[in-house]
Design a protein around this ligand. Structure first.
Ligand code: HEM
Length: 305
């Protein structure tokens, strides 16, 4: 679909075949980002990896970013940081158990992510801890051992739950906008340079042509399926594809799986009293990334330590 927004041409892609054409076959024509004033304000004059135009500077930045922070070896080396911060989160949540107070999971998980990213990127934490030193180190060792056994076990079901969540509630519903660099043809249509492109992975992820009962949360659909999120299955693109694919897939997934596995292992979760499952408001909020509009409040009822 081509939209004319004043002088701006915007191509919206909502099928897996055309997504493959844009993000793979003709990736080299579409791998730059539009230069928008709002993005410049948000991102140090578009000097960052995600919004920089496709050029030598971006290539070098991305290479350094991947090499220094995101390669499997580097991600593995940050295991102790993840374990410490997950231990902090579990400790903080455990305090709500005895009082049967509800926990705002969005707040807990955002705070966990901020702490992990700060420590990985800047080498230090900006938030205090509530443990005494000896107890903390004992607690972290438990988590490191647990993280090891988690990856060794068949955390298979958890992984397909995460996949199904990324299909239905994909973090970047329109990916990050791209821009056409050279005159080219897509599906027989002429596309001119400067045309903006948005790939609607939200719609593709819910298209009944590719998914049975697309609106149903059914992790088992990934059971025995070869579909993964590495950017080669164009009906499922939670991390995008092509040259601008998310470089932090491994780190992002490991983080989500470890946090979720521990939340489920350490606690039983109940809804606040008087609330039924149907009362959970699943409306999505607006913003740079997709999130639940109202926070998920749950009561942790058992502390498994
Ligand atoms: C589960 C977690 C994550 C998801 C689902 C996700 C998803 C995405 C998506 C959809 C894109 C756009 C790809 C495109 O335009 O084709 C993207 C780009 C990007 N992501 Fe992620 N992301 C996640 C975690 C992270 C983390 C933790 C970091 C940093 C540490 C990160 C850094 C980036 C960067 C730098 C780009 C831009 C790449 C480029 O333009 O060259 N992401 N991500």
């Amino acid at each position: 679909m081509l939209l004319h927004l004043g002088r701006v041409l915007l191509l919206v892609v909502s099928s897996a075949d055309t997504a493959r054409e844009i993000l793979k076959t003709q990736d080299l024509n579409f791998c730059t980002r539009p230069s928008l004033l709002t993005l410049k304000r948000l991102s140090y004059n578009i000097q960052d990896v995600a919004l920089a135009p496709y050029n030598e500077y971006w290539r070098e930045m991305r290479r350094i970013f991947v090499h220094k922070l995101l390669s499997p070896k580097r991600v593995h080396s940050f295991g102790a940081v993840r374990a410490e911060e997950v231990a902090n989160m579990v400790n903080s949540i455990s305090k709500s158990c005895s009082s049967m107070r509800s926990v705002d999971l969005a707040e807990e998980l955002l705070s966990l992510t901020n702490r992990v990213i700060c420590r990985i990127a800047f080498g230090k934490s900006y938030q205090g801890r509530n443990f005494d030193g000896g107890k903390f180190s004992e607690f972290v060792h438990k988590f490191m051992a647990l993280s090891g056994s988690f990856s060794a076990l068949e955390l298979h079901y958890l992984k397909i739950v995460v996949k199904e969540t990324l299909r239905l509630h994909t973090i970047a519903p329109l990916l990050i906008p791209r821009e056409c660099m050279n005159h080219c043809k897509v599906n027989g249509y002429d596309i001119s340079p400067k045309t903006r492109v948005m790939v609607n992975v939200w719609a593709i992820g819910r298209n009944p042509e590719y998914w049975d009962n697309p609106d149903m949360f059914f992790p088992e659909r990934f059971e025995g399926s070869s579909i993964d999120y590495m950017g080669q299955h164009f009906e499922f693109l939670p991390f995008g594809a092509g040259r601008r694919i998310c470089p932090a897939m491994t780190m992002g997934n490991l983080h989500v799986e470890l946090a979720l596995a521990n939340l489920l292992y350490c606690f039983d979760w109940k809804l606040p009293s008087g609330m039924q499952i149907e009362d959970i408001d699943m409306e999505e909020g607006t913003g740079i990334s997709l999130h639940k509009k109202s926070p998920l409040l749950l009561v942790p009822s058992k502390y498994n330590w």
